[in-house]
Design a protein around this ligand. Sequence first.
Ligand code: HEM
Ligand code: HEM
Length: 151
Amino acid sequence: MATSTGSIILHGWHRVAVYSTLILLFGSGLAWVLLHYFGIQQGPLGPVSSPFEYVSLQAHGVLAYAVVFFVGSLLQSHMSRAWRLRRNRASGLVFACLMLCLTMSGLALYYFVNEDTREWVSLLHWLIGLLLPALLAIHIVLGRRQRRRHS
Ligand code: HEM
Ligand code: HEM
C-alpha cells in the first residue's frame, strides 16, 4: 500500500513535458477555431481559408500523440497512486474523463466521420476542449490543497 505522495507530484522534465504538451495542444486547437471562423480571406475567386488553418491542424494532430503518450505515463505513478491514497479522486476522474472524450472524438474526427457527422463531432470536440484549462486548474488547486491538509 502506497503511503507517500512523492510520486504523485510531477518532477523535472516529466512536469515540463506534461504541461508544455497540454498547453501547445490547447493552443493549436484554439488557433484552428479562430482561423476557421475568423480567418477567412478574400481571394481573387472568392473567400479562402487562411493557410495557417491547416498548419494548426497538423500541429494539433502531432501534439495529440504526445499528449496521449504523457497522459499514459501518469497512469501508474500519478493516477493509480492518488486513487489508492484517496487524494483528489473527484476532480481527477472528471479530468481523466475529459481527456478520454477528447481522445475518442479526436480519433472519430480522423477516422470515422462522414459528410453528415463531421460538423457536429468537430463542434463537440472543440467545445469540450475549451474546458481543458479551467478543469486542469481546478484539478491542480484541489490536489495541492488536499496535500497541504494531509501534511
Ligand atoms: C488525465 C488524467 C490526469 C492528468 C493529466 C493529471 C494531471 C495533474 C497535474 C499536471 C497535476 C499538478 C502536479 C504537479 O504540478 O506537480 C495534478 C495534481 C494532482 N492530481 Fe492529477 N491528473 C490526472 C488524473 C488524476 C486522477 C485520476 C487523480 C486521482 C485519482 C489525480 C490526483 C491528483 C492529485 C492528488 C494531485 C495533487 C498533487 C500534489 O501536488 O500533491 N489526478 N494532476
Ligand atoms: C486529449 C486531447 C486531444 C486529442 C487527443 C485531440 C485529437 C484531435 C484529432 C486526432 C483531431 C483530428 C485531426 C485531423 O483531422 O487532422 C483533432 C481536431 C481538432 N481538435 Fe483536438 N484533440 C485534443 C484536444 C483538443 C483541445 C483541448 C482542443 C481545444 C480547443 C481541440 C480542438 C480541436 C479542433 C478545433 C480540431 C479541428 C476540428 C475539425 O477539423 O473540424 N482539441 N483533435
